[in-house]
Ligand binder design. Structure first.
Ligand code: PGA
Length: 226
């Protein structure tokens, strides 16, 4: 089965960095499905570089439909650009922008209406409540991203035992695809893809050459100690 790899660029990169990144990443190996998640301003430029095995993701979406909501980008507008996936509930959005389980549901509803798959980010304490809120709203198609806050951008990736424990917990809630995010790198990606459906990568996705190695390791085409 192909592994889902999300590249979350966060609020990084300018227009002139898009093409060089895609060039150095090159075509992803057959064993992975890559979803590139640039800033909203870079979605169009990135869309021009999509190919087999590479699709486009967004980092945020409005909780409202198309309409008079100044400054917001609606799910239908993302879909119009070819976006297939969108992050919701990332810990940086929960921390700095007041995103809650409730807004995650509203955003996921909008995404579902536009056939964009929500990638719902959760840390352990609210995984069950977030899952229940989504199910109560009739949202069953989403990717669950287990993202321990302390592991994000810190180099402190959590143990395989911990990820396995959360994976087992998530399995009891439903059979949605499960990915891990938090300091995934060339050193550890091989292990996470063995126990998850994929990974969500921030820092290690920014440099095209480094990320290309992450992809070949995730696809099992290069030993992780090389
Ligand atoms: P990181 O970010 O890979 O830099 O830890 C992951 C994320 O924010 O999802």
């Amino acid at each position: 089965m192909q592994k889902l790899i999300f590249a979350n660029w966060k609020s990084q990169k300018l227009q002139n960095q898009v093409e060089p990144w895609f060039t150095s990443v090159g075509a992803p190996p057959a064993g992975v499905q890559l979803v590139v998640m640039p800033s909203t301003t870079l979605l169009s430029a990135s869309a021009a570089h999509l190919s087999t095995g590479v699709s486009l993701g967004a980092q945020n979406v409005s909780q409202f439909p198309i309409g008079a909501y100044t400054g917001e980008v609606a799910a239908a507008q993302l879909a119009d650009l070819g976006v297939t996936h969108c992050l919701v509930g990332h810990s940086e959005r929960r921390q700095y922008f007041g995103e809650t389980n409730d807004t995650v549901v509203k955003k996921s509803e909008q995404l579902q209406l536009s056939m964009v798959t929500p990638v719902v980010c959760v840390d352990e304490p609210y995984i069950e409540s977030q899952y229940a809120a989504l199910q109560a709203a009739g949202i069953h198609t989403f990717v669950l991203a287990y993202e321990p806050v302390a592991a994000i951008g810190t180099g402190k990736n959590v143990s395989l035992e911990q990820v396995t424990k959360i994976r087992e917990m998530a399995k009891k809630l439903g059979d949605t695809p499960f990915v891990y995010g938090g300091s995934v790198s060339v050193e550890n990606v091989a292990e996470y893809v063995l126990i998850c459906d994929g990974v969500l990568i921030g820092s290690a996705s920014l440099d095209g050459q480094e990320f290309s190695r992450v992809l070949t390791i995730a696809a099992g085409e290069e030993p992780s100690f090389a």
